[in-house]
Design a protein around this ligand. Structure first.
Ligand SMILES: NC(=O)c1ccc[n+]([C@@H]2O[C@H](COP(=O)([O-])OP(=O)(O)OC[C@H]3O[C@@H](n4cnc5c(N)ncnc54)[C@H](O)[C@@H]3O)[C@@H](O)[C@H]2O)c1
Length: 282
């Protein structure tokens, strides 16, 4: 894809953070943008902000954890703009906790949003992109947390590793159909992601004042997010990587060493079975 002028872009989690910045950047380069988010108030603020710049932007309330909600948002996009070319499956939440103490309802909540939300975006929109024959592009937001894992965030890592693997696979399936795929894998970006766990099901019965005392569950999480790169700067990089059809979109050069360490650990354990000699016929 060498231009996005007049292309239609659908972005989930578009009410805030990275999704909103992607909306700004893509609209700024001439695309027609639909921002989808579960939070209507955020969408209203986002729409007003983008309207100030004269951008062609629509918003739609959508819960990516529900396939029928994603389908309704897709219908809305086609009704409003006629077709869709680019889908950015970006909505996501964070969830911390130690194994053996994470409520299963919270596990299902993050899997339904971070993984199934991406799957629904692909299953609903790929047939629509196929139908107009003009080609298209899918960007799935994973994370650096989909390549290297630290402690106390296992649900988040599990979903983000899944999105990386899923994207690596569908990229090969969609290549021949002129539908490009990238997976966005940033490290720290200055957004509200550290507070997303406030909406986890196990806190649903808590009063608003108790929720105010919400603790993300990982020491220093808020500080590290607040020290991250600006979402507008990341969004511009994402736009450039999409035009260059770069599959992995990374943000923090300083993280390369962690990728190399992980690759080294895998190679070391691989060489153990090679050196041992058993299974050598396989
Ligand atoms: N901020 C970071 O450091 C960072 C790093 C790597 C990856 N990410 C990923 O970037 C994506 C965007 O997050 P962000 O950092 O902009 O956070 P954010 O919390 O600022 O924005 C996320 C948006 O997603 C929306 N959302 C949450 N659940 C939803 C649902 N069920 N349906 C539709 N919308 C929903 C929220 O209302 C919010 O507006 C996420 O997938 C996140 O995991 C963030």
């Amino acid at each position: 894809m060498n231009t996005i002028q007049n292309k239609v872009v659908f972005i989930t989690g578009g009410g805030h953070g990275i999704g909103l910045s992607l909306g700004k950047v893509f609209a700024g380069h001439g695309a027609k943008v639909v921002l989808a988010d579960i939070d209507e108030e955020r969408l209203n603020t986002a729409k007003a902000l983008l309207a100030e710049s004269g951008f062609d932007v629509e918003t739609i309330v959508c819960d990516v954890a529900k396939a029928e909600s994603v389908k309704s948002a897709a219908d809305f996009t086609v009704e409003r703009f006629g077709k869709v070319h680019i889908v950015i499956n970006n909505a996501g939440v964070s969830l911390a906790g130690k194994p053996g103490s994470i409520p299963l309802e919270d596990w299902r909540w993050i899997v339904d949003i971070n993984l199934m939300g991406v799957v629904y975006g692909v299953e609903v929109f790929v047939p629509l992109i196929r139908s107009h024959g003009e080609g298209g592009y899918i960007i799935n937001t994973a994370s650096m947390a989909g390549h290297i894992a630290g402690p106390s965030m296992s649900p988040y890592h599990a979903t983000k590793y899944a999105v990386v693997g899923y994207s690596e696979s569908i990229r090969q399936d969609l290549q021949a159909e002129n539908i490009g795929v990238s997976v966005l894998c940033p490290a720290w970006v200055r957004t509200d992601i550290h507070n997303a766990g406030i909406n986890k099901p196990s806190l649903a019965q808590q009063s608003a004042s108790d929720k105010k005392a919400f603790d993300p569950g990982v020491s220093g999480f808020a500080a590290v997010i607040e020290s991250g790169i600006a979402p507008d700067a990341l969004a511009q990089w994402v736009y450039e990587c999409m035009l260059a059809e770069r599959f992995y979109i990374f943000s923090h050069p300083s993280m390369t060493q962690h990728i190399e360490t992980r690759a080294g650990n895998i190679a070391a354990d691989y060489s153990a079975i090679e050196e041992d000699g058993r299974f050598s016929e396989y």
